[in-house]
Structures are given as C-alpha cells and as structure tokens.
Design a binder for this molecule. Structure first.
Ligand SMILES: [Zn+2]
Length: 262
C-alpha cells in the first residue's frame, strides 16, 4: 500500500502564480487583503493560490488515501483518491478529495481543492455552563450529514476539549474548535463521509440568523487559546462528566451510534 505523506510536495512543485481570475488579481495586487472579503463576495474561488496568499498559516493533512479500480477498455486501471484537510486552527477550514493515477498528484489535487473549498467557521462561547465569551466552541448545536454519516456538534464549556473520534477531532482541531461534544451515527468508518459531515455542520453556522448576536456577545476578536493539544486530561474529565450528566454516549472509535432527539 503506497500511503506516503509528503507535506513538502506541494511547495516543491508549485509554479509561480500568475493570477487569472478577477479575485486572484485583486489578491495579488493587495486590493483584497483578507479571506473574509473573498468569502463575502460569494464568488467561487477558482485559484487555490489566493487562499495560500491570504491564509499563510494554513496547514495541510492527508486524512486518507484510497486506491480505487476503474474499468477501462483496456482492462483495470488503478486510481488513488486522497482526502485532504486544510485549516489555520483559527476559524478557517477546507476539505478536498483529489483523484489521480498516482498518490502524490492525488494529494496535491486534494490540497488544491481543499483550499478552493475554504470556509469561515464562526466560533463562539455557546455553552450556558461557560460564559467565558471567547471563541472556543460552536456557538450553537449543529448537525451535518454526508452519505450515511450524521455528526452533531454541541457547545461545550472551556477545558472540555474535543470529545470525538480521531477523524472528527482532526477536522475540528484544524478549524480551531477547542471544546465540543460530538455525537455521530451511521458508518463513521468512512473517512470521507465523516469529514464532510463535520464540514457541513460547521458551514451551516454561516447561514444562521443569530450570527451577529454571537459576535456581539464575544469579548473581543482575539482568538482562543492556541495551545489546544495540551488539553488531553481535561478532555477526559469533561468526557466523563458529560456522560454522567446527560446519559449520552460519546462517539468512540467511530463505532457507536447515539440517538438524540432533535
Ligand atoms: Zn466559553
């Protein structure tokens, strides 16, 4: 199985950027200086380079490489599909699935698609138990569905950590979510569907009418504590507390199903 990861590949192969679209040109000549301006324009992003230019702190992770076989006139042909996640750990997230005959181009194409699919993730302090007024969790309970997989994200107080299976955790971490309870149903062993379900849940926050209220209720525009990795123990405690309090099951290794009304 050729499942190598080479995060430097993209940098090595990337040719100098000559912007072709209107937005691309405006980014290149600094007429557009923030990704917010691009996203608010509502126009599709056709050049991944403009996202790299506006979000230089974007990190990239390949979540899955799958080989698929395709029948052609000459017999079977092998293809690879790479699910790639990009995020800045501070409210921006993108996911792309790239296909190619070889692994590296599949990852590269996935990364480009992920950048072109970048979204803003409105974070807040949505838990009534918290009230810290910083951006550390989802402002409200949201659900996302892709294929058979359904993921629910529920606001959690500061210090709980990301209570989720490995794939869901990676996506939430990349988006900058620090504390959240998650519940899942369906075949969460499908990494692509799981990833997309989380993405859709987070993206749904962009279409909610309470958006301005959340923003007003926050202390300032300062990002939440970036040292999220050090919260493992806190996450465990919060996990147990959550279990007892709500009598609900958390998702473990993506196998369990949890049903909750609403
Ligand atoms: Zn809070």
């Amino acid at each position: 199985m050729v499942a190598r990861r080479n995060p430097r590949y993209e940098e090595e192969e990337e040719a100098p950027w000559t912007p072709k679209t209107d937005i691309g040109k405006k980014v290149a000549n600094h007429e557009i200086v923030s990704i917010k301006q691009v996203l608010e324009s509502g126009k599709p992003i056709r050049e991944h380079q403009l996202v790299t230019a506006l979000l230089p702190n974007l990190t990239q992770e390949t979540l899955e490489i799958k080989n698929t076989q395709r029948m052609t006139g000459n017999g079977r042909k092998m293809q690879f599909r790479a699910v790639v996640l990009v995020g800045d750990g501070n409210g921006h997230l993108g996911i792309g699935a790239g296909k190619a005959d070889e692994v590296r181009p599949a990852i590269s194409s996935g990364a480009k698609l992920a950048k072109r699919n970048i979204i803003h993730v409105p974070l807040g302090c949505g838990s009534w138990e918290c009230g810290c007024k910083t951006r550390h969790t989802v402002p409200i309970r949201v659900v996302g569905k892709n294929g058979s997989v359904e993921i629910m994200l529920k606001p959690a107080p500061l210090g709980v950590g990301i209570v989720a299976n490995a794939t869901v955790r990676k996506v939430l971490h990349a988006a900058g979510v620090k504390d959240v309870w998650t519940f899942s149903r369906g075949r969460t062993s499908s990494i692509y569907n799981t990833t997309m379900a989380v993405f859709k849940a987070l993206d749904s926050l962009n279409n909610m009418k309470y958006y301005d209220d959340w923003e007003r209720n926050l202390k300032s525009a300062e990002p939440a504590n970036p040292a999220a990795e050090t919260k493992e123990t806190a996450a465990q405690d919060g996990e147990n507390a959550a279990k007892e309090k709500e009598g609900e099951k958390k998702t473990e290794a993506g196998k369990e199903e949890t049903k909750e009304a609403g």
